[in-house]
Design a protein around this ligand. Structure first.
Ligand SMILES: [Zn+2]
Length: 409
């Protein structure tokens, strides 16, 4: 045997020994959809130490401590819900209150591994939110900090108290927790002064993060508000149809020209389904004109989880039945959301990234989907979260894929 051949064999053996058993969990045969890395095909994925180790056409099973055959299922980066209310506590209302919901109770079963709280806290109560909720949650919780210091209490009146508006204090919270603060939020504001809106937009620009605008403000026209928003800012409830606010689609079912202009400028549009924020008579004509949402924020709270919204995967299933392709829906649920909150470290499956993963099956059947008005769309397919993995740990396993048969010792 030639000397060089021997050296090559030795090196191969050495590298095999190094890699053997370094994989904690190997997902075999799934259809991987990772928009950031342009992957849309059947591949194996290996997880080690809570991170993605590699994606390859065929990773040997002998290298893994645990192997799961997930043929016929999709593998997506864990979903990111950019609009939730998860600041639970003893108060009535949303902020530190019972109208918020506990993230872990609703996320993993829908493939969601990260949520962004939409301004349920402000600078006055953010520390309570962090200590009591964020630090105790398995779901990664980020925050759009409310420009009003007391956050979102559920009544407009409290938010119109301009005494609790302190831009400097909000700035300090972002400086202290740059990895938790995803942006700034203004919402449910019915004052007629542009100052809070413009201050919030300016602060968002200063910290280079998006402004989230919830329930665009009744005193100002939709057109003006979009003009006051910058590229990367996010408008919520993009497909709502309520009397007090102008819908994006006009009487002739056309997207208003200034809405197209805002999108061209880089303003983003989130579904923010919630209790009243999503109507098929807006969303379907919009989608037909090529105006889909940028992100699938759910506006998850005590009411929406038990009405038409239900969870993020149900919202994504609506879009699947409205004609969007599987890969496009999964991308908007993960990589698009990561980009919107300027967290390119999330929403992808690059080697070295945190192993936040949703394993999704598309099931066929006869299904019905409700919008916020109680109107129904019939559909023949639905996403189902078979397994959710958060930082390499299985946190949801619908059909016990990772379980050992009970008959075995
Ligand atoms: Zn909301």
């Amino acid at each position: 045997m030639a000397k060089t051949t021997l050296i090559i064999i030795c090196l191969n053996l050495f590298s095999h020994l190094l890699s053997a058993q370094t994989i904690d969990l190997l997902l075999k045969g799934g259809h991987i959809i990772d928009a950031k890395n342009n992957i849309n095909k059947k591949m194996d994925l290996a997880i080690s130490n809570g991170k993605i180790l590699k994606i390859d056409a065929n990773i040997p099973e002998s290298d893994a401590k645990k192997v799961l055959d997930i043929s016929g299922m999709y593998v997506s980066p864990g979903f990111i819900d950019i609009h939730t209310h998860v600041f639970t506590g003893p108060n009535a209302g949303f902020g530190h209150g019972s109208s918020s919901v506990k993230a872990d109770d609703f996320t993993f079963r829908a493939g969601v591994t990260t949520v962004v709280d939409a301004g349920t806290s402000g600078h006055k109560n953010f520390s309570v939110f962090k200590e009591e909720v964020i630090d105790r949650s398995k779901t990664r919780i980020l925050s759009f900090l409310n420009i009003f210091g007391t956050g979102m209490q559920g009544t407009a009146a409290e938010q119109e108290d301009l005494n609790v508006l302190n831009i400097e204090k909000a700035f300090e919270i972002n400086e202290k927790y740059p990895d938790i603060i995803a942006g700034i939020k203004i919402g449910h504001y019915s004052g007629s002064d542009w100052k809070p809106f413009d201050d919030a937009a300016a602060l968002a620009q200063k910290i280079k993060k998006p402004l989230l605008v919830e329930c665009h403000i009744t005193a100002f026209s939709l057109e003006d508000q979009l003009k006051h928003m910058n590229s990367g800012d996010i408008l919520c409830h993009a497909f709502e149809n309520v009397e007090e606010r102008m819908p994006l689609v006009d009487e002739n079912k056309k997207i208003r020209p200034f809405v197209w202009d805002a999108r061209k400028r880089g303003v983003l549009f989130d579904v923010s389904h919630g209790g009243v924020g999503f109507w098929f008579n807006q969303a379907i004509p919009a989608l037909k004109q090529g105006f889909g949402p940028d992100t699938f924020g759910t506006d998850m709270h005590h009411n929406s989880v038990n009405s038409g919204m239900k969870d993020m995967l149900n919202l994504m299933s609506k879009y699947l039945n409205m004609g969007m392709k599987v890969e496009d829906v999964l991308e908007k649920g993960s990589w698009s959301a990561a980009k919107a909150i300027k967290r390119p470290d999330l929403g992808n499956l690059s080697p070295g990234s945190v192993a936040d993963i949703a394993i999704i099956k598309v099931i066929d059947g006869k299904f019905g989907f409700l919008d916020a008005g109680g109107f129904k769309l019939e559909g023949d397919k639905k996403f189902q979260a078979e397994m959710t993995i958060r930082a390499g740990k299985i946190v949801w396993d619908l059909n016990g894929m990772a379980g050992v048969p009970w008959e075995k010792p």
